[in-house]
Design a protein around this ligand. Sequence first.
Ligand code: SF4
Ligand code: SF4
Length: 88
Amino acid sequence: MTFIISSPCIGSVDGACVDVCPVDCIYSKKGDDRLFINPEECIDCAACEPVCPVDAIFPDDELPEKEEIYLEKTKEYNFDDSEPGVNI
Ligand code: SF4
Ligand code: SF4
């Protein structure tokens, strides 16, 4: 399991999740419209989920159906070309 950031982050991107993540696994780069959790590095601690002001973060197996595209987008995201934090 991992956690996924979904569409409500777009337009917010306040970085609250970044501030509480103990392993710095929430990434972005210039041009992104939201943040991405690196599934290889996420330790599934769930600290980010309750601090998101727009309820954008879900465990991957609880992602609402209309947000499933964000699971695919996360799989396709190039974390090697990105950095932890809010870099948009
Ligand atoms: S679940 Fe924990 S480790 Fe994973 S992104 Fe959220 S705060 Fe970071
Ligand atoms: S806390 Fe929520 S809205 Fe803020 S950056 Fe993280 S996912 Fe986006």
